[in-house]
Design a protein around this ligand. Structure first.
Ligand code: FES
Length: 89
C-alpha cells in the first residue's frame, strides 16, 4: 500500500501544497483562477484535448513552456499560467 505524499509547488508566485503526482490540470482547475477545462474561443487557456495535441493548456513550468495535461506535480515545481498574477510581464 502506498502513501500519498504532499509536496510544495509555486503556482503563479504563491506557495501551494498538493499530492505528489497530481495531474497539473487538476491542480490548475482547482487553484488557478481563470484557468478552466474546455476553453472556448477567446476564453483564458485551459484543458481541451487532455492528451497533448491542442496546446490549449500551455503554462510555464520551471521557466519552460509546457503542456499542463502532460505534467504531474513534483516537489518545488514553479508553475505560471497566462491568467495568473504577473501574466504578460
Ligand atoms: S489539453 Fe490539449 S495539449 Fe493539453
Amino acid at each position: 500500500m502506498s502513501e500519498d505524499r504532499t509536496i510544495g509547488v509555486i503556482l503563479d508566485g504563491v506557495p501551494s501544497r498538493c499530492a505528489e503526482g497530481l495531474p497539473l490540470t487538476s491542480l490548475l482547475a482547482a487553484r488557478a483562477p481563470g484557468w478552466r477545462a474546455s476553453p472556448r474561443a477567446g476564453a483564458p487557456r485551459g484543458m481541451f484535448c487532455g492528451m497533448g495535441l491542442c496546446f490549449e493548456c500551455m503554462v510555464e513550468v520551471d521557466g519552460r513552456p509546457a503542456r499542463a495535461c502532460l505534467e504531474t506535480a513534483r516537489e518545488g515545481m514553479k508553475i505560471r499560467t497566462a491568467t495568473g498574477p504577473g501574466a504578460g510581464s
